[in-house]
Design a protein around this ligand. Structure first.
Ligand SMILES: [Cu+2]
Length: 139
């Protein structure tokens, strides 16, 4: 399980975005539990490249309307949302995808991180510093 703590409007796990930093390295094809902890006001957490399902909101199953596949989830103020995230099979350790708050002002102020998808077993060999121009930006 990976844990992401949303802080204020400009940080995830205590860090603002750095386009030259890879925050997370994921093996291709993985299904991972990502836990989003929000101690402040509401955010919309968005992950590129993936489809996920909401497993729990504050320890309870989500309402029926929220059980489909998504790429963005509403994370209410002072809540913990747990996701089952399905990652794709395309590997490229040098081209990160992003996860970020979908509130534009928060995204712009740095509430964003980056992950790469790699061949399973090669996670520890990834160079976590990348040139910014290789990022998949947009949407
Ligand atoms: Cu936000």
């Amino acid at each position: 399980m990976r844990h992401f703590k949303l802080s204020g409007h400009d940080a995830i796990n205590g860090k603002g975005v750095d386009m030259a930093r890879i925050d997370e390295v994921v093996p291709a094809g993985a299904v991972e539990i990502w836990e989003i902890e929000n101690n402040v006001y509401s955010h919309n957490f968005h992950i590129h490249e993936v489809a996920f399902q909401v497993l729990e909101v504050d320890g309870s199953a989500p309402p029926a309307y929220a059980t489909g596949y998504k790429d963005t989830v509403y994370v209410p103020s002072k809540s913990v949302v747990r996701l089952a995230v399905q990652f794709g099979g395309h590997t490229d350790p040098a081209s990160p995808y992003m996860y970020h708050c979908h509130i534009l002002r928060h995204e712009d102020s740095g509430m964003m991180g980056q992950f790469v998808i790699v061949e399973p077993g090669t996670e520890s060999r990834v160079n976590r510093t990348v040139p910014a121009h290789t990022s998949h930006t947009g949407h």
